[in-house]
Design a protein around this ligand. Structure first.
Ligand code: ADP
Ligand code: ZN
Length: 439
């Protein structure tokens, strides 16, 4: 099978010749800037301070003339200060899940919702999902964008949707089995929880379920985690990316080549900046991901700083799509832990732990302080069979895990081996870090 046959697409916009794509982006950017300048006082003030007018945007490079937008702007202008369309044109609110504080609110016009749905359809098609699939949407429905985002995208593609939302794990498992569900959409940590609960009931995902695809996102997860999930269940685990401020899920998604996430850049123009100097970085360099919502009208974002760390790849993807790819999100800048003066991301710890076979994909990181010294403890679940090994073997495993951790983060950690099913699970996004310092 050729790669183009394996990677389906519903939109020719995925394959537009680059010149045409850039021209389309520029025309959309110019229109967007006019719209925002006319309707959002905060942005108009900031542009005036820089003496930038909409007509100064004559090339895509001129985007760097524009001010950034931050999550704090959404909070400061709460609730409707950044709305660029009158309320009678706004048909739906969404709020962020508030992982990092007070929620923010965005407004969608009917056109915003149509475009969002279309992007989720493109994302699902990229996963190889078709109208023949039965899709269990176990992302939360409601203010959170995950549920409704995946719902309308899957329906748009003609799939049969099971709109179950998050939680009620027993019911999820029962319907998944009885209905012959072929696609699950939820956070990777909730899927692990489903698998785990299933195992307790004697359900073997390979044997008892018809599941083929997982559409996982809304939280950082590593390649090592993807590998564990796929080996455990036999499904193909896809990565879908998005954030409330930009629309929700469906900003980007990986194709079957897994060379990063294709961003639907005809709608979401990506940039990478240095998070300290705020200077734009060339494609290929790692920094903070910034998006401009080229076509949104309810709450359009100009150069929105996501806090997510990534890099834009320079190599074209073998699937033939011309929309660019960026590296899977390694972390958010606000997830960074400073332990004994060393900058550490939980994803580094995850990669080190999950590289070891007997380790289950459930762990928790504890940071505390003893005197002046930061202490790192990692509790990680291992198989019941491993735990029944003799003390010497367990000691060896702990040492192996310690070395793996030390190897990637250069900080020593106390490793505690935990029983299966003993660490916290989540029905949505999972927090795997407890920082007891300063409490
Ligand atoms: P909150 O910021 O309150 O969690 P959202 O629900 O909008 O609000 O979450 C968006 C964030 O979730 C993104 O900025 C990113 O950090 C994370 N995220 C979403 N999808 C992915 C993904 N596929 N991989 C890694 N992180 C993701
Ligand atoms: Zn591709």
């Amino acid at each position: 099978m050729s790669s183009s046959e394996k990677c389906h697409a519903v939109s020719r916009l995925d394959y537009l010749p680059v010149g045409q794509l850039r021209a389309l982006q520029l025309a959309r950017l110019q229109e967007l800037v006019r719209h925002v300048y006319a309707n959002v006082p905060l942005t108009r003030r900031r542009m005036d301070e820089r003496e930038v007018r909409p007509e100064h945007i004559t090339s895509l490079k001129d985007i760097t003339l524009l001010p950034f937008m931050l999550k704090s702007d959404l909070r400061d202008e709460y609730p409707f200060g950044l709305f660029a369309s009158p309320m009678e044109e706004v048909v739906r609110f969404h709020c962020s899940s508030g992982t990092t504080g007070k929620p923010i609110v965005i407004g969608n016009t009917p056109r915003d919702l149509r475009i969002w749905r279309r992007c989720v359809m493109r994302a699902l098609a990229m996963c190889g999902i078709t109208r023949n699939d039965i899709v269990q949407v176990a992302y939360g429905y409601g203010l959170f964008t995950g549920g409704l985002g995946l719902h309308y995208g899957a329906e748009g593609l003609g799939c049969t949707v099971l709109p179950i939302s998050g939680g009620n794990t027993d019911r999820q498992l029962m319907l998944m089995k009885d209905f012959g569900v072929t696609v699950i959409a939820c956070t990777p940590s909730y899927f692990l929880h489903l698998v785990d609960e299933g195992m307790k009931k004697g359900i073997d995902f390979r044997r008892d379920m018809r599941l083929r695809h997982g559409v996982f996102g809304a939280e950082p997860w590593t390649e090592a985690m993807r590998d564990k999930i796929e080996r455990l269940t036999g499904i193909t685990a896809h990565d879908i990316y998005g954030l409330t401020e930009i629309c929700g899920p469906g900003v980007a998604n990986d194709c079957c080549h897994r060379r990063g996430l294709h961003v639907f850049e005809d709608h979401f123009y990506p940039e990478i900046i240095d998070p300290d100097t705020l200077e734009p970085l060339p494609d290929g360099e790692e920094g903070e991901l910034v998006f401009t919502t080229l076509t949104r009208r309810g709450t359009p974002m100009l150069r929105y700083r996501t806090r997510d760390l990534s890099r834009i790849y320079t190599e074209p993807c073998p699937c033939g799509r011309t929309i660019r790819t960026f590296e899977r999100i390694r972390a958010r800048t606000d997830d960074m832990l400073i332990i004994r003066g060393v900058n550490i991301f939980p994803s580094q710890i995850e990669t080190a732990l999950l590289s070891i076979d007997s380790v289950l994909p459930h762990y928790h990181i504890f940071i505390s302080r003893e005197g002046d010294l930061d202490m790192l403890e990692i509790k990680v679940e291992v198989t019941a069979q491993t735990l029944s090994d003799d003390i010497k073997s367990l000691e060896k495993l702990r040492a192996k895990l310690s070395r793996a951790i030390q190897g990637v983060i250069n900080v020593s950690a106390k490793i505690t081996l935990a029983e299966p099913h003993s660490l916290p699970r989540s029905e949505g996004k999972l927090n795997r870090v407890t920082d007891l310092r300063g409490r």
